[in-house]
Design a protein around this ligand. Structure first.
Ligand code: GLN
Length: 192
């Protein structure tokens, strides 16, 4: 299986390292043609405003929207969650998301005082105990649509969710050496 990691800006390298540790072929997606032969995609953390701009400049936005529409499995982490969401609050007017998962997120929703934090999450579908999650200027999920399944919460907030083939996390699962979240996503993260 070939797994693309959108590599326009942000934390693509560590996702590629995790994929190779799991025995998958990771492909850094920097140009539209890199998308054609990947089976699924990770949209990493970074800066959603910048990634949004680079999606347009690189010509990747339209072919990626088509692949998402066709049901390609995708994992969006942090900025990636913002880019997959249907509504974004506190975004920049010129940033655009794919609307691939029916959630409303507030960009930088944990404010300046707690820009970054860590939490041990119980993720029912990822067995083996709590998953140590790192949040960096994370989006806050403020609304979830009826078709969205909650995968993990912390302090009442949704930190990971899924709708059909789209999985989104407000944390960075690639930042620790715990491979379980990616392994789950590779092996059983999408229903169809
Ligand atoms: N705050 C960033 C954004 O708006 C996301 C931060 C991250 O991906 N670590 O895109």
């Amino acid at each position: 299986m070939k797994v693309g990691v959108l590599a326009l800006q942000g934390a693509s390298r560590l996702h590629l390292d995790v994929l190779s540790a799991l025995g998958c072929t990771g492909v850094a997606v920097k140009r539209p043609e890199h998308l054609t032969d990947v089976d699924r995609l990770i949209i990493p953390g970074g800066e959603s405003t910048t990634i949004s701009k680079l999606l347009d400049l690189s010509g990747i936005r339209e072919p990626l929207a088509e692949r998402l529409e066709a049901g390609m499995p995708v994992l969006g982490t942090c900025a990636g969650m913002i880019l997959l969401a249907s509504d974004v609050t506190n975004g920049r007017p010129d940033q655009h998301s794919f609307g691939a998962i029916d959630i409303g997120v507030r960009r930088n929703g944990y404010g300046r005082q707690v820009e970054s934090f860590e939490a041990d999450l119980e993720i029912a579908l990822v067995p083996g105990g709590a998953f140590h999650a790192v949040f960096i200027r994370a989006p806050r999920v403020e609304r979830i649509g009826p078709a969205v399944e909650v995968l993990a919460t912390f302090d009442g907030d949704v930190m990971a969710c899924r709708q059909a083939n789209v999985v989104a996390t407000s944390f960075h699962p690639e930042l620790t050496d715990d491979l379980r979240f990616h392994r789950w996503w590779i092996e059983e993260g999408f229903p169809s």
